[in-house]
Design a binder for this molecule. Structure first.
Ligand code: 5GP
Ligand code: ZN
Length: 140
């Protein structure tokens, strides 16, 4: 029997508030509603993080995001926008290791969602070195 809390939700072994479900994904309300309507979208297949998605799974999951985000937005006229987040690794605040995408409705700039976003100016040499090191890792 799986110990994954999200697999248990998918199997209906524990309850959740489902907003969408098909053969590939399930979307349900996050138990900790950062803002009302905060929804998690996840593949039914147990995949720990986004690095483990193959191209087909990525396509199948991400192509459903706009439809779900639009439904969330349309559900309440007070929703003015959404943040869409995907955390990978403990350092990036991932706490459940069944990959999932957060859709967080935004009601105002002063609602209960926040991101610390510190901007840095790097030299063009530094930017070029970073870009090249990433580009070197890309597969055709
Ligand atoms: P992470 O930090 O991994 O990106 O997000 C995990 C999310 O799962 C958290 O926002 C947390 O509130 C939510 N969560 C954890 N356990 C449960 C649960 O049993 N049911 C639901 N609906 N959400 C959960
Ligand atoms: Zn799982």
């Amino acid at each position: 029997m799986t110990e994954c809390i999200f697999c248990k939700i998918i199997q209906k072994e524990i309850p959740s508030y489902i907003v969408y479900e098909d053969e590939v994904v399930i979307a349900f309300l996050d138990i900790s509603q950062v803002t009302p309507g905060h929804t998690l979208v996840l593949p039914k297949k147990h995949v720990p993080n986004i690095m483990e998605y193959d191209e087909e799974l990525a396509s199948e999951v991400f192509k459903r995001i706009p439809k779900i985000a639009k439904a969330i937005t349309a559900s309440n006229p007070a929703i003015k926008g959404v943040n869409i987040l995907n955390n990978n690794g403990e350092v990036a605040f991932q706490s459940v290791f069944h990959s999932h995408i957060h859709i967080i409705p935004r009601y105002s700039e002063k609602d209960d969602f926040g991101l610390k976003w510190v901007e840095h100016s790097l030299s063009s040499d530094e930017l070029q070195t970073i870009a090249q090191s990433i580009a070197n890792q890309m597969e055709a």
